[in-house]
Design a protein around this ligand. Structure first.
Ligand code: GLN
Length: 309
């Protein structure tokens, strides 16, 4: 037994209830207009244990765009397609004190794979004959890792971000001018935004997280879906940079690898135990889901989930 399942379920219920007071705190992201088009008070949580059990609470069917959580998949694919040396010669591996889309996240290269500049770089490293094939491979990878179940492309979110994404266009040109890649805007930038626009629910993301918690192995068949070395790299980066410039702060109170997105999802990996995903679109000033953090903090405290506990 990995964790007492009954205890886990009861604790999840209690912790969610105790965060009710944060339901109306924080604000949804509006800089991508379509992201404001949601029920602000929605909350959903899914846990998938490495032995295949599932806990579902709240709005677990609701589809939202992956946003920055998609950066985990781009990193995995950049590693698989090029190897770790190639990737980290062109992207840093340290947390940045600047916001995820700040121009200062680039020096000679992007600070890490989870700031926008880093994810634009990993997106450029995904291989394929043309941009369509590269994106198809990306979608297929998400479907394979998440058990598919309705993973879809949210065109409205994509169009909305493409209309407003000049900051990311600027980051693209700076990176290209530094020689990180030599590709066209409509290949790299459009695929980066398209990756952020992949529609998932909390169950899909908890399943991806559970594969990572399981050392990269499929929960059902035991097949190695992600090489173990790449799982370790991905989890290390989620730990150090997954919550943007506040990653260190949340590692003190939560203490396991996390990755958040501005649509309100937070994906977490408790190695050897379970994958978790919370969804609540109201964000704090850094762009992390406010209630999601409260729930993860509560669970970590009550169940001793910090890797340093
Ligand atoms: N698509 C968003 C952007 O590029 C993703 C950012 C995020 O989730 N932090 O700005």
């Amino acid at each position: 037994m990995i964790l007492d399942f009954k205890l886990l379920n009861e604790t999840v219920e209690r912790v969610i209830e105790s965060t009710e007071e944060f339901k109306t705190e924080g604000n949804v992201a509006t800089y991508i207009p379509e992201l404001a088009n949601v029920d602000e008070n929605n909350f959903g949580l899914a846990i998938v244990t490495v032995d295949g059990k599932t806990i579902l609470k709240g709005d677990t069917e609701l589809r939202f765009s992956m946003q920055s959580i998609s950066k985990v998949i781009s990193l995995i694919m950049a590693l698989e397609d090029n190897g770790a040396d190639y990737v980290f010669e062109r992207i840093g591996c340290e947390c940045s004190p600047y916001a995820f889309n700040h121009v200062n996240t680039i020096t000679t290269k992007a600070a890490n794979p989870f700031v926008n500049a880093g994810a634009i770089s990993t997106t450029a490293m995904i291989k394929g004959r043309d941009k369509e094939e590269k994106f198809q491979r990306f979608m297929d990878r998400i479907k394979k890792l998440s058990g598919d179940q309705g993973v879809t492309f949210l065109e409205k979110v994509y169009n909305s971000e493409m209309e407003t994404t000049d900051t990311n266009r600027a980051l693209f040109y700076i990176l290209r001018s530094k020689g990180i890649f030599d590709l066209e805007m409509d290949d790299v930038l459009n695929r980066y935004v398209a990756g952020c626009s992949v529609g998932v629910n909390v169950v899909n993301l908890a399943k991806i997280a559970a594969v990572l918690a399981n050392g990269g192995k499929c929960l059902e068949t035991g097949d190695q879906l992600v090489e173990e070395d790449y799982v370790k790299i991905t989890l290390a980066q989620m730990f150090t940079s997954g919550m943007y410039e506040e990653s260190g702060k949340y590692q003190m109170t939560i203490g396991f690898p996390l990755k958040s997105g501005v649509s309100g999802g937070i994906m977490g990996v408790v190695p050897g135990k379970f994958g978790i995903c919370t969804y609540s679109p109201r964000l704090d000033a850094t762009g992390n889901s406010l209630r999601g953090i409260k729930v993860l903090e509560g669970l970590s405290k009550e169940l001793g989930l910090s890797l340093f506990a």
